[in-house]
Design a protein around this ligand. Sequence first.
Ligand code: NI
Length: 282
Amino acid sequence: MVQRLELRQPRCFTWVMDNLAASILDHLWKDYLKTTPQAAEVHALFKARGETVVNDHIALRTFNRPSVSVDRLAEPFLTSGYVPSGEYRFQQKKLFAKSYSHPTLPRVFISELLLEQFPDSVQRICQALVDNLSTWAPEQLLTQQPTWAPVTLETYQELLGHSEYAAWLAAFGIRANHFTVQANALTTFEDIAAINTFLMGEGYELNGAPPHIQGTPEQGLVQSSTKASWIEWPFANDVTHKIRSCYYEFAKRYPVHGSQTPYDGFIADSADQIFESTNVTQ
Ligand code: NI
């Protein structure tokens, strides 16, 4: 059975509260809705069409420091029955990622920024954030937002000059960068293109160039995403500034290589494009 995310019925989660990963995902979903108002709106639009929204995967961002690395954040998921399903490298964005699958819970995609590939100034800023953490327990890192004290707007903008990912992570900390609607579970949309047409009709901005689609059925995974929400975000010294927060993603999976079941992993090229959804310069 698949996890169904209900916005107004948190009681639905009581059956899984003994499962660490499920409770982390529940927490991340509630936190995500606070920074991503459009996700609740889109979720409601789908429900109004009679759809039950099933979550395909979530994505987490972190730094490649031992205390907060992909492997560290994966621990509570692995102890809850998740298994590794793939590894991915993004050379231009200087990222490494792993994905994890579970028989009944959404997939988890965790990427980490390869800090040693950045100038000393970037490494120093990001290392200081990690050094000042109050906890290094992975389940707490995943459920205690904000992860670190607000950075200054100047720090955010300096990081932005080197890596949009670093700036986003410094501002928002470790939290879900996106949740993803599983298009296979929708009954009123034939494919991702139909979802895109619907979303644009509702006034949502989609990531990338038309037709706003990454991947092909032959690759096993077709995806699209909204542009991240603009929100007023608190920085240090009582400064607020409007930046892009998180986005909502849509994924349809297809069987590959004669398999009977849909493809379970991710496509690095598509994910590379989708990372642009939080690009503040667009
Ligand atoms: Ni994704």
